[in-house]
Design a binder for this molecule. Structure first.
Ligand code: THU
Ligand code: ZN
Length: 153
């Protein structure tokens, strides 16, 4: 994590993730997931899973939280919390780990709710040690400001 990043309060971030559970739209799996991402300036964005009758269009809670943060102009995530509301060892799936790695360094904490005020703590780089990176594509995303048209340069 960069110097100057906000301190991450695991209990508070998990509470925010839990707060998104009620909004989950899960008629098919009936498995609610809430996620919260903390951005560099201390803001928190949450998401819930949103399922679809075609199944494959279902959005994961982490995707919705990241999307909300990026929509608000944030491109640096410094902490993540995930909850299913149950004591079941919920954890971001492989796809979500890659999505989080687009905006978070390998050392950022990922808190997984274990219920009853308990959680497990991981580093993102431990959950996904190898990612597809912008460097592999010869891209420096920081050189592309919001709204830039990469093809129009
Ligand atoms: N789910 C998430 O929201 N995040 C994950 O990373 C794991 C899975 C959702 C997708 C689906 O709506 C439900 O949990 C069961 O897989
Ligand atoms: Zn996922």
């Amino acid at each position: 994590m960069d110097e100057g990043s906000p301190a991450v309060d695991p209990a508070a971030l998990l509470e925010q993730a839990r707060g998104a559970l009620d909004a989950a739209y899960v008629p098919y799996s009936e498995y609610t997931v809430g996620a919260a991402v903390l951005t560099e300036d201390g803001s928190v964005f949450t998401g819930c899973n949103i399922e679809n009758a075609n199944y494959s269009n279902s959005l994961h809670a982490e995707e919705v939280a990241v999307g909300s943060a990026v929509r608000a102009g944030h491109r640096s995530i410094v902490g993540v919390a995930v909850s299913s509301g149950a004591r079941d060892g919920v954890t971001p799936c492989g796809m979500c780990r890659q999505t989080l790695a687009e905006f978070g360094d390998e050392d950022i904490p990922v808190y997984c709710d274990e219920g009853d005020g308990e959680w497990t703590e991981h580093r993102l780089g431990e959950l996904i040690p190898d990612t597809i990176t912008p460097e592999m594509l010869g891209v420096d995303p920081t050189e592309r400001a919001a709204g830039d048209d990469a093809a129009g340069e």
